[in-house]
Design a binder for this molecule. Sequence first.
Ligand SMILES: CC(C)(COP(=O)(O)OP(=O)(O)OC[C@H]1O[C@@H](n2cnc3c(N)ncnc32)[C@H](O)[C@@H]1OP(=O)(O)O)[C@@H](O)C(=O)NCCC(=O)NCCS
Length: 208
Amino acid sequence: MPPLRYVNLTPEFAPKCEALELLSFPDTEPADLIDEEGFRAYAKIFPEGFFLCLDGERLVGQGAGIFLDFDFDHPQHSIAEITGEHQCGNHDPDGDWYYGTDIVVSADYRRRGIGKCLYELRKDVVRRYNKKGIIAGGHIVGFADHKHHMSAAEYVDKVSKRELYDATLTFQLDNGFEVRGVLADYLDEPALDNWAALIVWENSDHRS
Ligand SMILES: CC(C)(COP(=O)(O)OP(=O)(O)OC[C@H]1O[C@@H](n2cnc3c(N)ncnc32)[C@H](O)[C@@H]1OP(=O)(O)O)[C@@H](O)C(=O)NCCC(=O)NCCS
């Protein structure tokens, strides 16, 4: 079997990216997801920060992000306000951080290391451009099953201490991310009461 290939986003993949996005976030309001037009905008604005994983011609994973500055003294934000139009409108080539806007792997290709490879490619971009690290609003998918007996902050704390497993946040911790708090009204996802985790990976090779 030919190996999986990792390439940067080009505009002709936009319809496939939208289809994968919708399949991967079934409980999120589509308005909070990147649509076909948004993927075309990414391909124009910052394709170096957007990676696809292909099995033959099939798109099986994607990881996206933009550069921006971030105020850790005022960390609360929603995905729409921090990333701007099409979730790449606020891309600032001089920004200090890579903000991860999207990472998904097709359900039938998960748990084979594709997500880790997408993170490694993002980390390579961060090192190459000498950025401080990666920030994201982590999707705490397992919180839906715990929200009736604990707060989002307690849930994230327990996942960080490895007392609970979260299919997304545990994977992010295993890829070197730290939790720096929770984000209220991050996106329109009633099952999670709109919560996300603020996660950060610091680039130890960063030079001031
Ligand atoms: C989160 C997501 C991108 C992870 O992608 P993935 O390709 O499954 O990631 P990986 O395979 O690198 O790692 C996932 C797990 O599989 C394990 N794994 C990796 N290769 C493996 C293998 N060959 N055999 C067994 N387990 C393996 C990893 O150790 C990891 O375990 P962990 O959850 O205990 O940390 C994917 O689950 C997804 O698309 N989820 C839905 C969308 C989403 O929530 N995105 C995040 C937005 S913030």
